[in-house]
Design a binder for this molecule. Structure first.
Ligand SMILES: [Zn+2]
Length: 451
């Protein structure tokens, strides 16, 4: 179809299309430039004045080289983090407003395939184009982190993991969007029915993910160091957690970050320690990490999170579903969306859902940061070892080259409090509850291990 002389009978207002495409490109360019300016401006590692020289000050526990690495790597990673989703929205928008979505739908209809084939093929087109478009940016982000030694995974390994999640996410997107549009086509209270369908899925994912999905990406085996395993199980027992084995996850081929996880419920309960943590942490620090994870478990953060997701999906389906129906009814014809359940609307649904999730992320992350603080406090109370807590945070910050106090926008999108805030909390705990004043100049982790 010639965009200069549109055929109004087809319901495609090409005039709106030719205006909206450059407008979207311009908006994206301005957004990317503003983000670059913001993260460029906030690149230097800054610490609030009251923490200068305390144990929470990175100048006390990081080398000048590490601080320099943070300043050259983190701004880029932050820029990618904020620009990659926006670029994906742009691509979805271009598929819709540029007319590709309606052309694909018509081509599939001409091929006279049954809907059960056309629909998954159409969603696969949309998913592939929007995922492949951002792949170079994702890869660049991984390479930046690789260049600084934080990501350790080889490029083929990284691409393999990307391909696995590309396919798994395709299945998820197909199931979710397919269920939504199928319910729309049947009319009635489709949003409520969709939410009822989502509830078992959320429960299912939280329950089976640690046992069945994680092993697709990670090699997990029973822990080899039996003495250390006994200390871990002893700590777990003090918190009334019945586990008889500890597992170690082979993560060192992917990252330098250290972590441990307690996941699953009942018979799927698993204590998993990353091998990176076994290599780089002393025993007291490792137990401190586990005490933090035990805190999450004992305080039932996972179950609360599952309940939160269910409530959140109700709000999301109601708000985004309503907005999509209104857009499809009022402006659908200009994009070739004949009715809400038309597959041509898939890019619009994906765009609205992704946008809503991203905009609301700071709320979810503020809740997550509160639960992290609660787990830190639980760990301090369980072990009474503020030195180990500080030593662990310092070590993991140094190995992951994390900014101790990132710029505000990044702090809003962080699932954990900043390292500076976490160390400050351990210092307060030591002072108020243990009557200890921990000096800043001392390299706590190193010294204690030497004793
Ligand atoms: Zn945590």
């Amino acid at each position: 179809m010639n965009p200069v002389h549109p055929a109004p009978a087809q319901g495609m207002a090409a005039g709106g299309r030719t205006r909206s495409v450059p407008a979207a490109l311009l908006m994206f360019a301005v957004y990317a430039a503003v983000m670059a300016a913001y993260f460029g401006y906030t690149a230097p590692v800054r610490v609030p004045a009251e923490y200068a020289g305390t144990a929470a000050d990175p100048a006390v526990y990081m080398t000048p080289g590490q601080l320099e690495s943070i300043e050259s790597m983190r701004p880029w990673l932050r820029w990618f983090y904020f620009v990659i989703p926006a670029f994906q929205w742009l691509v979805l928008w271009l598929l819709l407003a540029g007319g590709a979505a309606v052309r694909w739908r018509k081509a599939l209809e001409r091929a006279r395939l049954p809907l059960a084939v056309r629909y998954p093929v159409f969603v696969f087109f949309v998913w592939s184009v929007s995922s492949l478009a951002v792949l170079p940016l994702r890869f660049a982000s991984y390479r930046v982190s690789y260049a600084h030694g934080v990501a350790t995974q080889s490029a083929p390994g990284w691409l393999r993991d990307w391909a696995v999640s590309f396919l798994l996410d395709y299945v998820t997107v197909l199931a979710a969007v397919g269920a939504a549009q199928w319910l729309m086509s049947r009319g009635g209270k489709w949003k409520l029915k969709l939410w009822l369908l989502s509830v078992p899925f959320i429960a299912f994912y939280m329950y089976i993910q640690p046992v069945f999905i994680s092993p697709l990406f990670t090699d997990i085996r029973p822990m080899s160091d039996e003495r250390l395993e006994r200390s871990i199980l002893e700590l777990a027992r003090r918190a009334d957690i019945r586990a008889d084995r500890v597992f170690e996850a082979e993560m060192s081929s992917k990252t330098n970050a250290v972590n441990a996880e307690i996941r699953g419920l009942g018979s799927t309960l698993r204590i998993v320690v990353w091998d990176t943590a076994l290599e780089s942490l002393g025993e007291e620090e490792l137990l401190q990490v586990l005490a933090h994870e035990i805190g999450h478990y004992v305080k039932r953060h996972l179950e609360w999170a599952a309940a939160g997701y269910m409530l959140w999906s109700l709000v999301l389906i109601a708000a985004v579903g309503g907005l999509y129906e209104r857009l499809a009814a009022r402006r659908g014809t200009r994009w070739g969306i004949r009715r809400a359940s038309d597959m041509t609307g898939v890019p619009l649904i994906m765009l609205l859902v992704s946008l809503a999730l991203f905009i609301c992320q700071p709320v979810a992350n503020a809740i997550s940061r509160e639960s992290e603080k609660a787990a830190d406090l639980y760990a301090l109370e369980l072990t009474g070892n503020a030195e180990a807590e500080i030593a662990f945070i310092r070590k993991s910050a140094a190995s992951a080259l994390s900014d101790p106090y990132p710029p505000l926008l990044s702090r809003l999108y962080n699932t954990h409090p900043s390292d500076l805030e976490r160390i400050a909390m351990a210092l307060r705990f030591a002072e108020e509850r243990l009557g200890k004043d921990l000096p800043g100049e001392e390299r706590i982790g190193e010294e204690r291990r030497g004793e």
